[in-house]
Design a protein around this ligand. Structure first.
Ligand code: ATP
Length: 449
């Protein structure tokens, strides 16, 4: 396995790098975690030792129960993002320039007390709950100046048992990164058995919800392409532009948050791990973690994690985006249960139209996009890692697909049309000609090579 190229820029631990890809415009169902062996083959990076030590001290502070709001001003806490000593009240770095209103107000640097976090969430009022994941409950928080943030309150019992490492992991990772397509880390607070992470609030739900049709508007093919590109940018950034590189480890549709402008931000770095920092190392061996249906089979076999494991998960995500299906569809027949296998079969048989999400408008141009994206997915899903493209290559291929689509798509592609009618699978091949009024041609190939 080829090791990732050296980072062209260095992120100082505790400070986020600011890299935006110039092409960025916006400026059943299994959910199983795996846990097997732990065998770190890499050295602890010296650059991280000080911040790690700070975290160790920080996490050593335990024991006292959660405070009353009135006592909170007295709580010593720490600014993770600034990585400086503790102070009274909660201090965190707030970054400027968010395209979303939610983040827009968080400019400069400010100090907040724990009490303010309580206030921001209405004392963790159930009405402010926006979700729940493996780590705990997520609240929407509104600061006095109207800025919004997502407040992740880590489950106490989970923390007490074995998640402290995971939790530290998430914080370490989040504190280093800054990219338009990655959910921003605003800060962290801990006291007694409370562990809270503050991140950018992303207003429009998860990609999975959008693909499930929970939101008002269906995602069109162009929007899905943009989302795929945003994710590719975010993960390219993690692989190439953070130092040391970061492997996300849990790329999946429910970890992709969608903005009001229907652009994507990759979230949930709880499983992320600082990747290869030893120039001689080509992978790290670690606990097998992630979500069923997205896991690189080689990672499952060997416990060896590389950036190409993310590429595999990204391949699954591309299939999800094009088909609308979950990676594992327990209610489907055996043949269709594993969506990637089913979709790749359709691609091979030249029946891409059958794999295309029935919610998508059918047009020659949109069908061609589905075919090209599935072909890219096929490369990402290659069993052998060296055969998989890098995430940067994926982004480049997707740019070309988007460009071609922009040139080929007709006005009808962007407006309601008869093509929006659902295709019943059994009739799809026949209907294809009714929809397009033509046979397969060189310009619009339905059969894969
Ligand atoms: N930054 C955020 N902005 C808005 N909503 C969020 C944010 N982070 C999380 N959520 C909401 O909270 C839910 C739970 O998120 P969380 O990251 O804790 O877990 P998850 O990713 O869904 O599950 P898992 O723990 O298995 O990865 C998400 O599905 C989403 O609806």
């Amino acid at each position: 396995m080829k090791k990732p190229p050296p980072s062209p820029r260095t992120a100082t631990p505790g400070r986020a790098t600011n890299h935006q890809n110039p092409s960025s415009k916006d400026n059943s169902r299994s959910n199983t975690s795996f846990s097997n062996s732990t065998n770190h083959q890499r050295k602890t990076p010296s650059a991280f030792s000080s911040i790690k030590a700070a975290f160790s001290r920080l996490f050593a502070c335990t024991g006292s129960p959660a405070p009353d709001a009135g006592q909170l001003r007295e709580i010593p806490s720490i600014s993770v993002a600034n990585s400086v000593g503790s102070s009274t009240g909660f201090k965190y770095r707030r970054d400027s320039g968010g395209s979303e209103k939610a983040a827009g107000g968080l400019a400069g640097k400010a100090e907040f007390s724990f009490e303010e976090i309580y206030k921001a969430t209405g004392n963790f009022a159930p009405g402010n709950i926006i979700g729940e994941g493996g780590f705990g409950v997520v609240y929407k928080g509104k600061l006095k100046d109207g800025s919004l943030m997502a407040v992740k309150r880590v489950k106490k019992d989970m923390y007490d048992r074995h998640l402290s490492k995971e939790f530290r992991n998430e914080i370490l990772t989040l504190s280093q990164i800054e990219h338009l397509n990655l959910v921003r880390f605003f800060g962290y607070v801990e006291h007694g058995d409370e562990r809270i992470i503050l991140v950018e609030y992303v207003a429009n739900g998860t990609l999975r919800e959008h693909l499930d049709g929970i939101h008002e508007k269906e995602l069109e093919i162009a929007e899905r392409l943009d989302i795929a590109i945003d994710v590719a940018h975010a993960v390219t950034y993690l692989h190439l532009y953070t130092d040391p590189p970061i492997i996300h480890r849990d790329i999946k549709a429910s970890n992709i948050l969608i903005t009001d402008k229907l652009r994507a931000k990759v979230a949930d770095f709880g499983f992320a791990r600082i990747a290869v920092e030893d120039p001689e190392a080509t992978h790290i061996s670690t606990q097998v973690k992630g979500t069923a249906g997205y896991l690189d089979p080689e990672y499952l076999k060997t416990y060896q994690l590389t950036d190409r494991s993310d590429v595999y998960s990204f391949g699954v995500l591309l299939v999800e985006l094009m088909t609308g299906r979950q990676p594992i569809e327990l209610k489907k027949t055996i043949k269709e249960r594993v969506t990637t296998q089913w979709a790749m079969q359709k691609l091979k048989q030249g029946e891409v139209v059958l794999a295309m999400d029935p919610r998508l408008r059918r047009s020659p141009a949109s069908l061609l996009v589905v075919e090209k994206v599935l072909k890219l997915a096929r490369q990402c899903l290659a069993p052998s890692r060296p055969s998989r493209p890098s995430m940067k290559n994926c982004a480049e291929v997707l740019w070309r697909i988007r460009k071609d689509f922009g040139e080929k798509c007709l006005p009808g592609d962007a407006s309601p049309s008869i093509y929006s009618a659902n295709v019943f699978e059994g009739d799809a091949r026949k209907n294809r000609h009714d929809y397009f009024g033509m046979e397969d041609s060189d310009s619009y190939r339905y059969r894969s090579a």
